[in-house]
Ligand binder design. Structure first.
Ligand code: FCB
Length: 524
């Protein structure tokens, strides 16, 4: 097995820029957890193995024109077969916790009965993690609804919330004794509004009403699962992961721009936060979406169920945005993933425009805005999580760049190194401001199937060669490993003379305690 680490860059003089050792760094608290995240459909492959049936993402990715290049998750990173090597590589990179998701259609292929072979896989994975000293963090739903349940109406139908409880309890039956932290949903905003309103994601419907109905039933499912798991075992750490934006008015003195920011904040952030932490939908959002029938789905007791107390709020943050009532001269995200027409994911924000701010952008055209993360964490703590006694954890943050591997497969991704360091610094700023942020998961451990973008966008700190399935840690993985090992976060720009980065690259992943130090990658 080869772990590709040889490259001219790797052997660059590790002492170059030695003065850098005097450069400033910040202490990462010892109890702050540094992890990596993935999701089932994006990495597992093994589409029909051991009884797995199709999810909405199988159907969608096999729909011509839905995903860039016609890519599918049929094989993805082949993690289903390579999980043991992947966990070994995590260990060598000093990863402390691994956030993964379980595949509903692997575990309940017909949407109802339990497929033991599907659970066997996650049991093997969890045991492998525990054996490697890596704490498992399990997400039950990362967007892959069994197709059979979509055929019965999907998330816009109330019954789906009950099927979600059946599935969650089946996973808990098997793994409840070994997994302490459980996230119900990953980014219900995307499941509801990118899946059922914009149509850019599976199942590809384009209906503002369906998006709202889906959002409500997703959250109902969340609340029911929290209640059911809490009943079974009060010691579990339960939570939800939301994706947030930080919407700033382009002109804070123009009430129309302030109104634009209010709509985006309401329809992306508060539409989920207020039900969970206050047991009600925000009045202004209800007013925005009045014509779209949300109230028809909200039954007595639903909001109390959704407001079941949670222990940890997962925060996914990529960037914020400056919004206005007028259109900008140039637009961000100008290139859609595919030519398939899509709608706005916001059910009631017509006339709101996003303005580029001249910030650097990633390969997704997402602005790099680390300070937004500090503001977000402080706000979430002050207004929502703090009063409820809920702690925060950054469950996703990361960046796609146009990685250029050398002939050994190594990627000297200083842009990603800078991205991670600056966002970790923003988290430390929030901690310094008194916010209980307990950890950070980089998205993603591996390059993987990036939804409508297929394999065209790479977020991994580990490169995956999709022809051979060889994994090669990028410079960012080695830098992250060094931060985890030394608990020192370098501060300042990452330039060509960054000695700590060069030293990390020269050292490679740690072989400490590794039985087979020649391995860690995967056989081609
Ligand atoms: C998040 C998703 C994750 C990945 C990143 C880039 O919205 O949760 O699966 O696609 O974006």
């Amino acid at each position: 097995m080869t772990l590709n680490l040889t490259s001219s860059d790797r052997h660059a003089n590790p002492l170059a820029g030695e003065g850098d050792s005097l450069a400033r760094s910040r202490r990462v608290p010892d109890d702050f957890v540094l992890g990596v995240a993935t999701a089932a459909y994006q990495i597992e492959g093994a589409r029909h193995e051991d009884g797995r049936a199709d999810s909405i993402w199988d159907t969608f990715s096999h729909t011509p024109g839905a995903v860039v290049g016609g890519d599918t998750g049929d094989v993805a990173c082949d993690h289903y077969h390579r999980y043991a090597d992947d966990v070994a590589l995590m260990k060598r990179l000093g990863v402390q916790s691994y956030r993964f998701s379980t595949s509903w259609s692997r575990i309940c292929p017909d949407g109802r009965s339990v497929n033991a072979a599907g659970l066997d896989f996650y049991e093997r994975l969890v045991d492998q993690l525990i054996g490697a000293g890596i704490t498992p963090w399990l997400t039950l739903y990362h967007w892959d609804l069994p197709q059979v349940l979509e055929d019965r109406g999907g998330w816009p139908v109330r019954e789906t919330a009950d099927r979600f409880v059946d599935y969650a309890l089946a996973v808990h039956d098997r793994l409840g004794d070994r997994v302490a932290t459980w996230t119900t949903l990953n980014e219900p905003w995307c499941s509801a509004f990118v899946g059922y309103t914009s149509g850019e994601h599976a199942p590809g419907r384009q209906s503002p009403s369906d998006g709202l109905a889906a959002a409500h039933h997703l959250m109902l499912g969340h609340g029911k699962v929290v209640t059911a798991l809490r009943d079974r075992d009060p010691s579990l750490r339960l939570g939800l992961t939301l994706n947030f934006t930080v919407a700033d008015p382009v002109n804070p003195t123009d009430p129309r721009d302030v109104e634009a920011a209010r709509r985006i904040d309401g329809q992306m952030n508060r539409i989920f936060l207020d039900p969970v932490f206050r047991g009600e939908y925000p009045a202004d959002v209800l007013e925005d979406v009045r014509a779209l029938g949300l109230d028809r789905h909200v039954k007595d007791g639903d909001l109390a169920t959704i407001a079941a107390p949670i222990d940890v709020l997962g925060v996914n943050y990529y960037n914020g945005g400056a919004v206005s009532h007028v259109a900008p001269p140039t637009v961000l995200n100008a290139t859609p993933a595919t030519e398939r027409p899509t709608l706005s994911p916001f059910p009631a924000a017509d006339g709101v425009h996003w303005h580029p701010r001249g910030l650097p952008v990633t390969a997704m055209d997402w602005e790099v805005q680390p300070e937004g993360l500090t503001r977000l964490l402080v706000r979430l703590h002050d207004e929502y999580a703090g009063p409820a006694g809920t702690v925060l954890h950054v469950t996703e943050n990361g960046a796609a760049f146009d990685d250029e591997p050398d002939d050994t497969g190594f990627v000297d991704d200083r842009d990603r190194v800078g991205y991670v360091r600056s966002h970790l610094a923003s988290v430390l700023d929030a901690i310094d401001a008194g916010v209980p942020v307990q950890g950070y998961f980089y998205w993603s451990f591996l390059d993987n199937f990036e939804w409508a973008w297929g394999y065209a966008k790479r977020f991994g700190i580990v490169r995956v060669d999709y022809d051979t399935q060889v994994r090669t840690p990028k410079a960012s993985a080695l830098d992250y490993a060094r931060i985890s090992r030394t608990r020192q976060l370098p501060v300042g720009a990452v330039d060509t003379g960054d000695a700590r980065l060069q030293a990390s690259v020269a050292a490679g992943p740690s072989d400490e305690d590794d039985e087979d130090s020649s391995s860690g990658g995967s056989d081609a």
